[in-house]
Design a protein around this ligand. Structure first.
Ligand code: GUN
Ligand code: FE
Length: 470
């Protein structure tokens, strides 16, 4: 496949780049094999020698797919309900019940997970780090459905040997560890026959969080992670009621317990971390673990914002997560906007504190901007997940995980979806303002197509067009 048009990506935090009128070649195995300006001799050779390219019209561009770093797949069942309760009560009254109902009903699990894949793809999410349920088989359904849909999915079979719900718990640390081992093996074998580039699902060790995991379970999973170099995910320092519970029952902090169990590794993603102070964030950075920032869910369960700017300044790998169903919005566009909005409120507080002469508040702005949020939702997430080189950007050798965004439709002569342009944008090369407008108010109507590993998963077939005037 050869595509000619404008590309937008973020190479680093605050390093958004618009590549105008470029040629991109995707290999049969779904990797970017060539990328260059359309007017270069190499591009001309490709354009003259090969199949006709897909030519993106003015006001249409490619951006990498989003990476959702924290989503509870079974909670999709009740997305958008029950957010009036504090975390520990919500888990008992909504989350555990819903997860148990999927473990009891494979047909329901298949239906919920299939719908979830459709929602992810139409919202431009190409990679997702998932929490599943306790039962191995239900997680294998989740893995199978994701693989079939073509989404890059990291699937976590939950480990929990303590629970407020007697019917939703693993009987002991040792059985929980055996189940985790069994899931890892089955998930690996599910894709073992496929060529490497088609293996899209991977297992993740997933101690739910400290309150539901005994020390024996956490230590066992830590040993397993290090022996087999496995991925790990959990929740850390999320909410007042959770922190109180852990202090009371265990006499330590979440983070001390995870560190002692060897569960803070360069292959770990911890959700939330809302209550971590800068010294703890420094320790997270040293451990190499990443953080999934979930701003909407934090507004409900943490009632406090995550120290995003400090984490970034301290070198922590950070991506964004929707935390379905602790957050109700599966759209990573919403997640990016929430991250920016929350950071701006924090910055407002900081400015007030400086004005009042409070100490330690004058180390620079706490706000992040839309370009930084776009980085977090794409390259930041890919880096947190340690995806193959270049993932989350357009680069030779990177997997082609991309979405095509349309701002202006030449066939109708008007702006698309919620966007309104009044200034001849249809005739212009893509500008930063145009991308910003999409970031702020664009929605699904602006998404023409989605690819993961070079395979188109959604949208119109983009035939060759001739709207471009090089
Ligand atoms: N902590 C432990 N389990 C959960 C969960 O399902 N959702 C959220 N937001 N926090 C958790
Ligand atoms: Fe969560």
């Amino acid at each position: 496949m050869i595509i000619r048009g404008d590309l937008v990506h973020c190479l680093g935090l605050g390093e958004l780049e618009i590549l105008r009128d470029h040629v991109l070649v995707v290999s049969l195995s779904g990797f970017i094999g060539y990328l260059g300006a359309a007017h270069s001799p190499e591009s001309n050779e490709i354009l003259n020698a090969s199949e006709p390219p897909i030519v993106l019209e003015r006001g249409t561009f490619l951006v990498p797919t989003f990476c959702d770093l924290h989503l509870h797949a079974p909670q999709f069942l009740y997305q958008g309900t029950g957010l009036h309760l504090p975390l520990m009560q919500w888990l008992n009254e909504y989350a555990f019940k819903a997860e148990e109902s999927l473990d009891a009903d494979p047909a329901l699990a298949e239906r919920v997970y299939t719908r979830l894949t459709e929602r992810l793809i139409e919202n431009g999410t190409g990679a997702v780090l998932l929490f599943g349920t306790i039962k191995v088989d239900t997680n294998l359904i989740l893995a199978k459905v994701m693989q079939r849909a073509g989404i890059r999915a990291f699937v976590g079979k939950l480990s929990m040997d303590i629970s407020s719900r007697p019917t939703y718990v693993e009987p002991s640390a040792s059985t929980a560890i055996s189940s985790a081992i069994s899931f890892v093996g089955s998930c690996h074998s599910m894709v073992a026959q496929l060529p490497a580039h088609e293996r899209l699902v991977e297992p993740v060790l997933t101690p739910r969080f400290v309150p539901t995991c005994s020390d024996d379970l956490l230590r066992g999973l830590g040993e397993l992670a290090s022996a087999e170099n496995l991925r790990v995910q959990s929740h850390m320092a999320e909410a007042h009621d959770e922190l109180d519970f852990v202090r009371r029952e265990r006499g330590k902090s979440d983070m001390e317990i995870f560190a002692e169990s060897r569960l803070l590794t360069p292959r770990t993603v911890q959700a939330h971390c809302t209550f971590l102070d800068p010294p703890s964030l420094t320790d997270v950075a040293k451990s190499g673990a990443a953080i999934a920032h979930c701003p909407l869910s934090n507004a409900y369960f943490s009632a406090k914002p995550f120290r995003l700017r400090e984490a970034l300044n301290l070198g922590v790998k950070v991506g964004l997560g929707t935390d379905i169903a602790g957050g109700y919005d599966i759209d990573m566009m919403g997640c990016m906007r929430q991250a920016v909005a929350v950071s701006r409120m924090r910055e407002g507080d900081r400015i007030m504190a400086v004005a009042e002469g409070r100490r330690g508040q004058d180390n620079g702005s706490l706000a992040v901007d839309w370009k930084e949020a776009l980085y977090l939702a794409t390259r930041g997430g890919a880096t947190a997940l340690d995806l193959p080189a270049g993932a989350g950007t357009f680069a030779v050798g990177a997997p082609f995980d991309a979405q095509c965004i349309q701002l202006f439709d030449s066939s109708t002569g008007s702006s698309v979806g919620p966007l309104d342009f009044f200034d001849g944008t249809d005739r212009m090369w893509l500008t930063l303002d145009m991308v910003e407008k999409w970031w702020c108010i664009g929605d699904m109507r602006n998404r023409l197509a989605v690819w993961v590993q070079g395979k188109q998963l959604w949208g119109k077939e983009l035939g060759s067009r001739n709207g471009i005037q090089p």
